[in-house]
Design a protein around this ligand. Structure first.
Ligand SMILES: [Zn+2]
Length: 229
């Protein structure tokens, strides 16, 4: 049964990972103070904590197909409630909207006919139409992979704009203590690009080179590894 591998993972977590990080989990049992709200697609290939090497308790996650943030108050629901709680109650200092390459939702935006039998998905895709309308010209080749990437990027920019319509976000932006970030994760390359409003395009995030450790000192690395421990 496919679920067996999931249960084996749970067993491994309880037997090896949890005892090793017992103190962290005991602290987390009482409170959370996440450093960011991370809004990304529900796509199984995205693992935000693996990608950012964050520990439990660091990212407040909102996963929804197409990493779409409907404009407020047009579609009050799970996404708007998650944003309000993270920004208004938990007071996260950063919000990251992360799109990704080969997104099925973005492909659906380019070919909505194929998804017509799916009433909920089709309705949800409407929130991504402004991205398509901003890019598509009569001579655009919608099947071009470059167009798909451009749409993916534009969709992230549109969702950042939509975030501004949420009262909790607008209030924190006015106070100057909230930052919004637009990312695109390139799955096959392991790289992330971020939207530069100054340059009006996505640029690669250059990660800092690790410092050379002194002889005898070991870099402890992330606290919790996803690999078998
Ligand atoms: Zn996706």
């Amino acid at each position: 049964m496919p679920v067996d591998s999931i249960l084996r993972g749970l067993k491994r977590f309880q037997k090896r990972v949890f005892p090793k990080h017992r103190e962290l989990f005991h602290k987390l049992a009482l409170q959370q103070r996440p450093t960011a709200l991370f809004i990304t697609c529900a796509d199984s290939r995205i693992d935000p904590c693996l990608l950012t090497q964050t520990k439990p308790g660091e990212l407040f996650l909102c996963r929804v197909i197409g990493n779409i943030v409907p404009r407020y108050p047009e579609s009050i629901g799970g996404v708007s409630a998650t944003i309000e709680y993270a920004v208004g109650v938990l007071g996260v200092p950063d919000v990251i909207v992360c799109g990704h390459t080969d997104c099925g939702v973005m492909k659906g935006v380019l070919n909505p006919e194929a998804l017509k039998p799916l009433a909920n998905v089709s309705a949800w895709l409407e929130h991504a139409q402004p991205a398509r309308e901003a890019l598509a010209k009569p001579d655009s080749d919608l099947n071009n992979p470059e167009f798909l990437l451009a749409l993916t990027e534009r969709n992230v920019v549109e969702q950042l704009k939509n975030l501004h319509t949420h009262p909790s976000v607008a209030a924190r932006l006015d106070q100057g203590n909230l930052k919004l970030h637009g990312w695109v994760y390139h799955i096959g390359k392991g790289i992330v690009t971020t939207y530069s409003s100054r340059r009006e395009r996505f640029i690669r995030i250059r990660t800092i080179k690790p410092r050379k450790t002194k002889p005898g000192k070991r870099n402890p690395g992330p606290a919790i590894k996803r690999a078998k421990t």
